[in-house]
Ligand binder design. Structure first.
Ligand SMILES: [Zn+2]
Length: 285
């Protein structure tokens, strides 16, 4: 049977194989860069309509990622990463931080209290409005690839759980590369398609939620994306930063066993989250 050829949103090749058949489409894997992606690709208008739905907005504000404890842990982890890869930055008096997809602005609140000059961008006007109530005049509404920000101006850029949503992830990564200062660092977090959970649950993995998530990365395809976007130096690891909600009703012993395995998964590259630290240090060459 004739099988439609789709162009990979990362490497633009058209050689792919089926991964999972889903209700209204399927996930396919690019044979060239290993990105798994959802087809048919939604249009930007369809995505805008989807994110404007009331149910999506309610899910968003109630999600675990909106909690203060969760954000505090995330900020502390971010500081450990900076201390490891760019220790001088923490000592700088003036340091600039851009958070892409800043949501309700919780991470930026921790950063501003810690002396960072902050900027956040957010697609959802509702979330941006709530963020702006906490941090006045530092939140921009819109798609980062269309926003007008000065090049070479940020020491740190973070993009948590955004690239899996984007129709054109490379366009965004290229933009971030330009916005970073020559010695700045970019931190990316996205669900790990090679995680234990993803392998175990197959097409029922909780992150397979098109049209929200339309790109599914493993460390290989994330690295390929960074290279294509012009980053020539980066480190990719996996992490297990969340509680596993599904086991909360299981018996205690089983919970202990499963959460212990979960905590060990990063050692094997099987952690739930894929994290990349990318450097633009060669930009000045
Ligand atoms: Zn590809």
């Amino acid at each position: 049977m004739f099988s439609k050829m789709y162009r990979c949103p990362v490497c633009e090749q058209t050689s792919h194989k089926d991964l999972y058949k889903l209700d209204n489409g399927k996930l396919i894997t690019c044979k060239n860069c290993q990105l798994a992606f959802y087809v048919p690709r939604p249009t930007s208008e369809e995505l805008a309509d989807f994110y404007d739905q009331q149910s999506y907005r309610e899910d968003y504000t109630q999600s675990i990622m909106s909690s203060q404890d969760f954000t505090k842990n995330r900020y502390q982890e971010l500081k450990r990463i900076i201390a490891k890869y760019h220790p001088d930055l923490l000592k700088q008096n003036s340091k600039s931080f851009l958070d892409i997809g800043c949501g309700l602005g919780n991470l930026l609140q921790f950063a501003i209290a810690d002396g960072w000059q902050i900027t956040g961008t957010e697609l959802s006007p509702i979330a941006a409005d709530q963020a702006d109530k906490k941090i006045r005049n530092h939140i921009l509404v819109g798609d980062i690839s269309a926003l007008d920000l000065p090049e070479n101006s940020f020491d740190l850029i973070t993009i948590y759980h955004v690239i899996e949503h984007l129709i054109d992830p490379i366009l965004t990564l290229e933009k971030l590369q330009k916005l970073l200062k020559p010695d700045g660092i970019l931190f990316i977090e996205t669900p790990n398609l090679n995680s234990l959970g993803a392998r175990f649950r197959g097409k029922n993995w909780s992150n397979i939620i098109p049209p929200e998530h339309i790109n599914y990365f493993n460390s290989k395809s994330l690295g390929n994306s960074l290279e294509i976007a012009g980053f020539d130096e980066f480190i990719i690891v996996t992490n297990a930063p969340y509680k596993i909600e599904v086991i909360s009703t299981w018996n205690k012993l089983l919970q202990i066993v499963v959460s212990s395995i979960y905590k060990l998964t990063p050692l094997l590259g099987l952690g739930a989250a894929l994290q990349a630290v990318a450097f633009s240090s060669l930009k000045s060459k």
